[in-house]
Design a protein around this ligand. Structure first.
Ligand code: HEC
Length: 148
């Protein structure tokens, strides 16, 4: 008689233990209860661009996309080069001047400009005198957020 009571109490104890340990293993993600071992919250499939990069995306599509892609060459080199090849302030300042007036820099005899021009089959990039530093910064933000 006493033995069966012990079994009953142990059994109820086990059921409670199982129930509460399952509750504890769940965490709240948003409004949903998720078991962290069973399911990971999904990564968003679409890259969320910053506001600056969104502005840059429009400028890129309207001005650069006919000759450039971000991650691979088209008529011109991949624009990921804007990030990887121009790391110092001096480099960046040079690149901003290049974007604003590449043909002018080639004809003025700037060595680095001539080097680039020769390396890419002497196809000229047009000038973009209307783009501000902020515009070019926006294009760079778009490039850095979408490059491989
Ligand atoms: C008509 C085609 C054309 C358009 C439009 C164009 N580019 Fe270019 N770009 C080139 C070519 C070609 C080169 C390689 C240098 C050369 O041949 O003069 C180049 C080179 C560059 C470089 C130097 C890359 C490196 O490897 O150092 C940068 C930066 C650049 N372009 C940015 C831009 C941006 C930003 C825009 C849009 C605002 C743009 N380009 C629009 C053709 C173009």
């Amino acid at each position: 008689m006493i033995r069966s009571w012990i079994w009953l109490i142990t059994g109820i104890g086990l059921i409670f233990w199982a129930f509460f340990s399952y509750q504890i293993s769940q965490v709240e993600v948003g409004n949903l209860l998720v078991n962290p071992i069973m399911e990971k919250p999904q990564q968003p499939l679409v890259i969320q661009l910053s506001a600056e990069a969104k502005r840059g995306e429009t400028l890129f599509k309207n001005n650069c996309a006919t000759c450039h892609k971000v991650n691979r060459p088209l008529t011109g080199p991949p624009l990921a080069n804007m990030i990887t090849n121009y790391t110092t302030d001096e480099d960046k300042a040079w690149m901003y001047r290049w974007v604003k007036n590449a043909p002018g820099m080639i004809s003025s005899g700037d060595e680095r400009a001539i080097e680039l021009f020769k390396r890419y089959n002497m196809i000229a990039m047009q000038s973009f005198p209307n783009l501000s530093d902020q515009d070019i910064g926006g294009i760079m933000a778009y490039v850095s957020e979408t490059m491989d």
